[in-house]
Ligand binder design. Sequence first.
Ligand SMILES: [Zn+2]
Ligand SMILES: [Zn+2]
Length: 235
Amino acid sequence: MKETICTIPINDIFMEKSGCPFCRMYDMLETQYATFITGSAMMDPETRVSTNKKGFCKKHFEKITEVGKRLPNALILQTHLQYILDNYFPKNTHSRPDKKKLLALDEMLHTCYICDRIQNDVEHFLRTVFKEWETNPEFRKLYQEQEFICLEHYQQITTISLKGVPSKHLADFHKDTADLAKKQLELLIADTTHFCNMFDYRNRDADWGNSRDAIERDLRFLAGIPLPEENKTEE
Ligand SMILES: [Zn+2]
Ligand SMILES: [Zn+2]
């Protein structure tokens, strides 16, 4: 396992209370890795060998071009493209398709340098979260005061907590985590139902309440897609 290059100020992340704290944690890791790859690691041979081989997923191709300058990105892409040409294409294309190469290409298309690095880091950061939650009452309060935990992170954090949280605390930790996901789910069902009902002519003079952006908030919970105004403030 590679040493992490990232630092995650767990307290700062949980201090902010809008959206899912684990989405904020991932976002910070993604930005740190994209900055690292297109910055100080740009000329590091070991990192380049790795990015050549793995490439990036769609989200992280977008991230490195958003975060990094044009030249570092072009240099990283140039050697990655060359790696693809050398490894996945036959010298003579007038031939039967090479199944092995196609399988290897499929594997490469589903790997990402940044996703892999984050995967390695997450358990490390989660151990810190579990420890803080266990030992620090102030942090536990911050944890409970989060707006919600998104569906994907509810699944992931809860699964990892089976190993990471001592069994005597597991039910308490699960309550804090599941409540944050379940309450949001119930709220979204109510708001989305209200949204649908507003299309009934009998409700034409009724109040939209909080339901106008129900779809956007559904997508944020279900797929981690930021709300439109969150996008704007980042630009
Ligand atoms: Zn999340
Ligand atoms: Zn990725």
